[in-house]
Design a protein around this ligand. Structure first.
Ligand SMILES: C[S@@+](CC[C@H](N)C(=O)[O-])C[C@H]1O[C@@H](n2cnc3c(N)ncnc32)[C@H](O)[C@@H]1O
Length: 394
């Protein structure tokens, strides 16, 4: 057990391994700062990300998450005075992380309060403004046609139509994110029909809760701390500023797509298991990609080779933007751990990383509570555990 070196301020004299183990096994509800803005699939615990950042980096250093998803690492890094760089191939991830980390001016906050209290309650199903069709894209609202989803679709469209009353882009994106949050709650995987009154009340409450979270984040994040968000494949990180000009990350805290486990990062499921691209409609960002893009490969077992080829390509690129001696901490699940962990570790070695293990060569495993995912049926049980992999860049 070599890492971390004792010049790190926070865990000097303590067992960093014990601290990381406790954090990795933390099962408390996700809360704090801006973490509850959106329930991104497979998001990890802020306690885990924050503890890893505190152990393996110092204030002012660069922390990277190349598969940032809902931006947990990015929010934690900024609130601990690190420079944060996040990337993701999914434009929805970039959108959500941007909203979580963009401070709002006082007048924008006031306008959002007014929108929640005065505009949201007037969004009635019976309104039919002449230009409403312009706010409903049929391709992007696919499958929101059945009786449970249709009224919410209409109220969301009415809400999108009112965004012009907000003073600037950050305020409009904040409202879009609140709509995303409330609509996800009422549409994704829901069996019961909810009333539109409940939906409007929830939307207004979400805006107020998000404003409180944003104020806490503003307080915690150091003034002027730098944050760069990239909508690109991890394989292309080296071509992007600030890495293109030679800057290097000191620490990576991340969770990549998992082999054999398929998460719907880009869809909600409505009316049974019908998939809708509605999150992109509400967030106002680009999609049009298949499931395989977000998971490194499609759902077939034969796609495992493709998964590992893509994983190696991205790991090699991640290594190229890291400082020598830097650390990468990853949370990974496998549908077939015995075979896939070996292949994953072989990829790490090929990409020039050396593994760091705990006392008696342990690795940290954790149980994953109530996660919805699609694993090959035989592998489902193993997929309910994740391993924490710690490597040093050679
Ligand atoms: C397990 S999730 C990360 C969740 C994140 N830790 C959080 O707390 O929200 C994995 C992410 O990898 C992204 N991804 C998949 N392939 C990618 C690639 N080639 N480059 C960058 N991101 C990719 C997916 O879009 C997804 O957001």
């Amino acid at each position: 057990m070599l890492l971390p070196d004792t010049t790190k301020p926070q865990y000097v004299g303590e067992s960093w391994w014990a601290a990381l183990r406790t954090a990795a096994r933390d099962q408390s509800h996700i809360a704090g700062l801006t973490h509850r803005f959106y329930r991104y699939p497979a998001r990890f615990s802020p306690t885990f990300a924050g503890t890893a950042i505190a152990i393996f980096s110092r204030p002012g250093e660069i922390v990277l998450d190349p598969y940032m998803g809902g931006g947990t690492t990015i929010v934690e890094a900024l609130s601990r005075g690190r420079e944060a760089i996040g990337g993701d191939i999914n434009s929805l991830a970039t959108f959500v992380t941007r909203v979580k980390t963009t401070p709002l001016a006082d007048h924008s906050q006031a306008a959002l309060r007014l929108w929640a209290d005065e505009v949201v309650p007037t969004l009635s199903y019976w309104l039919t403004p002449y230009d409403l069709a312009a706010f409903i894209c049929p391709r992007r609202t696919k499958n929101l046609t059945l009786p449970k989803a249709r009224p919410i679709k209409k109220v969301v469209a009415l809400a999108l139509r009112t965004l012009g009353s907000l003073p600037n882009e950050p305020a409009r994106d904040f409202a879009r994110c609140a709509l995303l949050n409330a609509a996800q709650l009422f549409l994704n995987g829901q069996r019961r029909q909810s009333s539109l009154g409940e939906f409007r009340d929830r939307l207004a409450a979400v805006v107020h809760e998000m404003l409180l979270g944003a104020a806490k984040f503003k307080e915690a994040a150091a003034q002027g701390s730098s944050c760069t968000l990239l909508n690109c494949s991890a394989a292309d990180l080296g071509k992007q500023p600030p890495f293109a000009s030679g800057r290097k990350a000191n620490l990576v805290v991340t969770s990549p797509p998992y082999p054999g486990i398929h998460m719907l990062y880009h869809r909600w499921q409505v009316d049974g298991r019908r998939e809708t691209p509605a999150p992109y409609w509400i967030a106002g960002c680009q999609d049009g990609r298949g499931n395989a893009l977000y998971n490194f490969a499609d759902r077939l077992a034969t796609a495992e080779d493709k998964y590992f080829a893509e994983s190696l390509r991205t790991l090699t690129a991640i290594r190229s933007v890291m400082a020598k001696g830097g650390t990468i901490v990853q949370l990974v699940a496998f549908s077939y751990p015995a075979r896939q962990l070996r292949r994953y570790l072989a990829n790490m070695e090929t990409a020039s990383f050396e593994e760091v293990r705990g006392p008696s060569q342990q690795r940290l495993w954790r149980d994953v509570p109530s996660r919805r995912w699609h694993a090959n049926s035989k592998g489902k049980l193993s997929a309910a555990r994740e391993v924490v992999l710690i490597h040093r860049a050679l």
